[in-house]
Design a protein around this ligand. Structure first.
Ligand code: ZN
Length: 174
């Protein structure tokens, strides 16, 4: 059987931990002086779990939209066409006041809200269903009132979009 390749991160921790990222890469975190043979054995014992996790990630990735960089101009155009109206509509409902809008090329975050309540959205979000886009808009608007992701924050989001958990799944391919 082929050995499972992994990225190794040594640190001041007490136990070994293992994760599979969205691309199926294995990352192992271990206490600083753990011998290599113990790490290899640890990974090998988890072979079945790793394969399941990889299959799950692959299914997820397959459900997500395939975004082509060359379509960026179209997505940016769409973002500028639909986001102001959505922001306006939800800001009214939520009684919050954003200070501006920026369209970014961020790859790992769909949106953000600055300390000064300026909202940013990645053009990549435009490849997702409308229900998912609305969720990200409401999420960032909710940050105008709550700067964290605590209970108050999600309570506020749920008061506007009671099905917000289903919408998050659209963004994650679950
Ligand atoms: Zn957030």
């Amino acid at each position: 059987m082929e050995k499972i390749a992994y990225e190794l991160i040594r640190s001041d921790r007490r136990t070994m931990g293992l994760e599979v990222d969205t691309e199926g890469h294995v990352r192992v975190r271990v206490p600083r002086f753990t011998p290599r043979w113990r790490i290899d054995a640890f990974v090998e014992e988890r072979r079945a779990w790793i394969e399941q996790a990889r299959a799950r990630q692959a299914r997820r990735q397959a459900k997500l939209p395939h975004i082509r960089e060359e379509d960026k101009p179209l997505y940016v155009k769409r973002a500028k066409a639909i986001l102001p109206e959505k922001i306006d509509r939800y800001a009214r409902i939520m009684e919050v006041q954003p200070t501006g809008l920026t369209v970014t090329s961020a790859k790992t975050r769909f949106g953000s809200c600055s300390a000064k309540n300026r909202l940013s959205f990645s053009w990549r979000l435009m490849a997702y269903p409308e229900a998912a886009i609305d969720y990200v808009v409401v999420h960032e608007l909710a940050h105008i009132r709550y700067k964290d992701h605590g209970r108050g924050f999600y309570g506020f989001v749920a008061s506007v979009l009671p099905d917000y958990k289903d919408r998050i799944r659209l963004l994650q391919g679950r």
